[in-house]
Design a protein around this ligand. Structure first.
Ligand code: GLN
Length: 196
């Protein structure tokens, strides 16, 4: 069975486990870098990106996570996880894992709109996806290999670059598992490719 990890250092971990299992895959909460060898794909959950980065360093996850992606294993970053994947963060000298070629802005919807919901058209996923945004970032700019999957007003809120996927919202907080299913399908395809 396809096994998908959720980085379990901080943030919305259990909700992703529920969603992965609802899609018929096996879920593993990853708390040690050695567990990366056991999984076919990984979700970087929402939470707080600076805290998550501190814990990634503390638990010696930084290079193993980069290598996991560079070996072709799919990674899905949601909200803070999207920030961790980006090559550039507005107003910061240093980005984090730098696996997805895009520039992101943190807390980009402003304080008045701390959290809100919106119905999105997500290419290849759904016409009417109820998306939950919580102190969400958005994507300001993408490299030319990045496919924009969804926008809210003009802001890019979901994208894919090869085996990397990200969303500015929290797909795990509703019962609508179609975006998680899309990622599970990506992982299943990559498993076949990596085995051939
Ligand atoms: N604002 C958070 C950050 O900058 C992300 C919020 C979230 O993951 N819900 O990391």
């Amino acid at each position: 069975m396809t096994k998908i990890g959720v980085l379990g250092l901080q943030g919305a971990v259990r909700e992703h486990v529920r969603s992965i299992e609802a899609c018929g895959a096996e879920a593993l909460i990853v708390k040690k870098k050695e567990q990366l060898a056991e999984i076919d794909g990984l979700i970087l959950p929402g939470g707080e990106s600076t805290t998550m980065r501190r814990l990634i360093n503390q638990y010696d996850f930084f290079e193993p996570l980069q290598q996991f992606g560079e070996r072709g294993k799919p990674i899905f970053g949601t909200c803070a996880g999207l920030i961790l994947l980006a090559t550039e963060i507005v107003g910061q000298d240093n980005a984090h894992l730098q696996l997805m070629n895009m520039k992101v802005e943190r807390n980009a919807f402003g304080r008045q709109k701390d959290s809100f919901e919106a119905k999105l058209h997500i290419t290849g996923v759904a016409e009417d996806f109820q998306a939950v945004f919580i102190r969400a970032p958005f994507i300001v700019d993408v490299g030319n290999q990045v496919e924009v999957l969804a926008r809210h007003n003009d802001a890019i809120v979901a994208a894919r670059e090869g085996h990397y996927l990200c969303s500015a919202f929290h797909p795990e907080l509703t019962e609508d598992d179609r975006l998680t299913q899309y990622f599970v399908n990506m992982v299943e395809e990559s498993k076949k490719e990596l085995a051939s």
